[in-house]
Design a protein. Structure first.
Length: 547
C-alpha cells in the first residue's frame, strides 16, 4: 500500500469516506472501568484470524493432557509438602525457578529480571510513613553491612507494596483470600556474583500498616519465617504485576491509541502503516479479557487476592498514575533511580530494554523522516493533528503525557517509540515471564489463603502450606498463565507486505539488523548473569499485545 500524507493523497474523497466509516465502527466506552477509555464493540476486521486461532490452539494442546494427569494425581495425593507442587507439571516443562526459588539470590534477581521488574526503586532517605528509622533498621540487621552508609550513598533499594493495603481480600469456596502488602529493603553490595556485585535482601516488614507492632524480619531469622516473609512479597508482587504492570500499563493504556489510530488516520497514512502491526489483535484480546478474564467468576475474581472490585481498583489506581511521557522507558527508569549502571551495575530489564528502545527510536525516526521533510508537512497533516487531539481529549482517548498538537518531528518520534515499545518489548517482558515465575505456587501465588500475623512467624511447615493455594486454585493459576504465555504470533520488526515503499523497506532492513545486534549483545550479557534474561531477546518479542 503506497503511503500518502492526507495533503498529498490523489484520492482525498475516498480517504474521507473510509475514515468516516471507521469513526462509526470504533466507538469509545467510558463505563466499563471509569475513567478509562475503551472500545465499545470490536469491528470484524480486528478479530483473531484463522491462522492465529489454529496456531494458538496447537501451542496450548499439551495443557489438557497435563491437567488430566494432575487431576488424577490430586484425587489421592493431597498437597502436604512444597515439593508436591512440582507434580503439577507431569507433561508441561518444569519452570527452572523450582531449583532456586527458596534462595535469597533468586528472590533478589526477580526484582531485577523477573515477571515484574518495575517496583524496585533506589532511595536516599527512608520512605514516607515508614515506622522505623535507618538506625532501628541497622540495629535489627546487625553489623555486617553499614546501612546508614548505604542509604547515604544511594545503595539502598525498596520494594513497597503499601499502596495495595486497601485490598481486604476476596473469598473462595472454602474461605477467605488475603493480600500481604509488605515493604522490603535491599542493598547493592559491591562484592558478589562475577565480581560485579549483587543485590541482597536486608529486611521485610509484612504489615507496615500496623506500624511498629509489625515485626521486621531479616535473613537471620528462622528460615521458615524468612521464607514466609519473602513469600508475602511475592504474593504482593504478583497482584501488582497482573493488574498494574501487565493489564493496565500495557493492555489498557495502549487501547486508546489503537482506537484513535483507526478513527483519525487513513489506512494509507504513514503513521497508521507504522503503528497498525503493533495493534494487531490487541482490541479483540482486550475485549476477550473484559468478558472472560476480569468478569465475575473469571480468573481474576477466582485467583487474585482481592474481590473482583478490589482487583479492578488496582487497575484504576495504576491508570491514574500513568502517563505516556513518565512511563516511557528512559524516564520511568530515571524516576525510580534505576537508570545509572554505575550505581546499579546489574539490572537486566534496564540494560536489554534500552537496547530495544534505542533500536526502535532510531527506526521510527528514520521512517518518519521519509514522509515529514519539513515542519510544514507536520502542520498541514490535519489527520495527524486530529489524531493527537482526540488522543488527549476527555471525549476521546484521555491519554496523559502528550501535547494536543504536534509541532516537531521529535514529538512524534517520542510518542511512536513509546507506543511501539509498550506494545512490543514491554508487554513481552510482563507476559512471557509468567510461566517461569508464576506457575509454580511456592514461588509466586496470586493470593494468600491464611491471614498473616503481625509477628510474621510461621510455627511449622504445615502452617506455611496452608498459606499457599489449594489444589484447584493451583491448577487454575497454572492453566491460565500457561495459556497467556505459550503463544507468540509474530516477531518484533518483521511485518507483512504493507511496507512496500522502497525507502521504508531500506529503513526496515536496517532496523532488523539493529535488532540482530541487540540479540547478540543480550546473549553476551547473559553469560555474566546469575540467571539468563531472555524475555527481551528480539526474536522472542512480539510486535503487539496479541495475547
Amino acid at each position: 500500500m503506497k503511503p500518502y500524507l492526507p495533503q498529498n493523497d490523489p484520492d482525498p474523497t475516498k480517504r474521507q469516506i473510509l475514515l468516516e466509516r471507521n469513526q462509526g465502527e470504533y466507538e469509545f466506552d467510558y463505563d466499563f472501568l471509569v475513567p478509562m477509555a475503551m472500545l465499545k464493540n470490536v469491528p470484524s476486521i480486528e478479530n483473531f484470524s484463522t491462522k492465529y486461532i489454529a496456531e494458538r490452539t496447537l501451542e496450548t494442546a499439551e495443557l489438557p493432557i497435563n491437567m488430566l494427569a494432575v487431576k488424577t494425581r490430586s484425587l489421592w495425593d493431597p498437597l502436604d509438602e512444597l515439593q508436591d507442587y512440582e507434580d503439577y507439571f507431569p507433561v508441561l516443562p518444569k519452570p527452572n525457578i523450582i531449583k532456586t526459588y527458596q534462595s535469597d539470590d533468586s528472590f533478589c534477581e526477580q526484582r531485577l529480571c523477573g515477571a515484574n521488574p518495575f517496583v524496585l526503586r533506589r532511595i536516599e532517605q527512608m520512605p514516607d510513613g515508614f515506622a522505623f528509622t535507618i538506625l532501628e533498621l541497622q540495629e535489627k540487621f546487625g553489623d555486617s553491612i553499614n546501612l546508614v552508609e548505604k542509604l547515604a550513598n544511594g545503595n539502598l533499594y525498596v520494594a513497597d507494596y503499601r499502596a495495595l493495603a486497601f485490598v481486604k481480600g476476596g473469598s473462595y469456596e472454602r474461605g477467605k483470600k488475603f493480600l500481604p502488602t509488605p515493604i522490603a529493603f535491599f542493598c547493592w553490595r559491591s562484592s558478589g556474583f562475577s565480581d560485579r556485585g549483587q543485590l541482597v535482601p536486608i529486611v521485610i516488614q509484612i504489615n507496615p500498616a500496623d506500624g511498629k507492632q509489625s515485626q521486621l524480619i531479616t535473613p537471620f531469622d528462622d528460615p521458615l519465617t524468612w521464607f514466609h516473609a519473602k513469600l508475602c512479597v511475592q504474593i504482593a508482587d504478583a497482584n501488582h504485576h497482573e493488574m498494574s504492570s501487565h493489564l493496565c500499563r500495557t493492555h489498557f493504556v495502549m487501547e486508546p491509541f489503537a482506537i484513535v489510530t483507526a478513527r483519525q488516520l487513513a489506512e494509507n497514512h504513514p503513521l497508521s502503516l507504522l503503528l497498525k502491526p503493533h495493534f494487531r489483535f490487541m482490541l479483540a484480546n482486550n475485549d476477550l479479557a473484559r468478558k472472560r478474564l476480569i468478569s465475575r467468576g473469571g480468573p481474576v475474581d477466582e485467583l487474585l487476592a482481592g474481590t473482583l472490585q478490589e482487583s479492578l481498583q488496582i487497575v484504576v489506581n495504576a491508570y491514574t498514575e500513568w502517563s505516556l511521557d513518565q512511563f516511557s522507558l528512559p524516564t520511568e527508569l530515571k524516576n525510580r533511580g534505576m537508570d545509572d549502571p554505575d550505581n546499579l551495575p546489574h539490572y537486566p530489564y534496564r540494560d536489554d530494554g534500552l537496547l530495544l528502545w534505542n533500536a526502535i527510536k532510531k527506526f521510527v525516526s528514520e521512517y518518519l523522516q521519509i514522509y515529514y521533510k519539513t515542519p510544514q508537512d507536520l502542520a498541514e497533516d490535519l489527520e495527524l493533528q486530529s489524531w493527537v487531539q482526540e488522543l488527549v481529549s476527555q471525549s476521546g482517548g484521555r491519554v496523559k503525557g502528550i501535547s494536543d498538537r504536534i509541532n516537531t518531528l521529535d514529538q512524534l518520534v517520542d510518542i511512536a517509540t513509546a507506543v511501539i515499545f509498550t506494545c512490543g518489548p514491554q508487554h513481552a517482558a510482563v507476559n512471557y515471564s509468567q510461566y517461569e515465575y508464576m506457575t509454580f505456587m511456592p514461588n509466586m501465588p496470586l493470593a494468600a489463603y491464611k491471614q498473616m500475623t503481625s509477628e510474621g512467624t510461621i510455627p511449622d511447615r504445615k502452617s506455611l502450606l496452608s498459606f499457599l493455594p489449594p489444589s484447584k486454585q493451583t491448577a487454575d493459576q497454572l492453566s491460565i498463565l500457561f495459556i497467556l504465555s505459550a503463544y507468540r504470533y509474530d516477531r518484533l520488526g518483521y511485518y507483512d507486505d504493507k511496507f512496500l515503499d522502497p525507502e521504508a523497506q531500506d529503513v526496515l532492513a536496517k532496523f532488523q539488523q539493529e535488532l540482530n545486534e541487540a540479540e547478540r549483545e543480550i546473549e553476551l550479557n547473559n553469560k555474566s548473569r546469575l540467571i539468563n534474561y531472555n524475555y527481551l531477546k528480539p526474536r522472542l518479542v512480539t510486535n503487539s499485545i496479541s495475547v
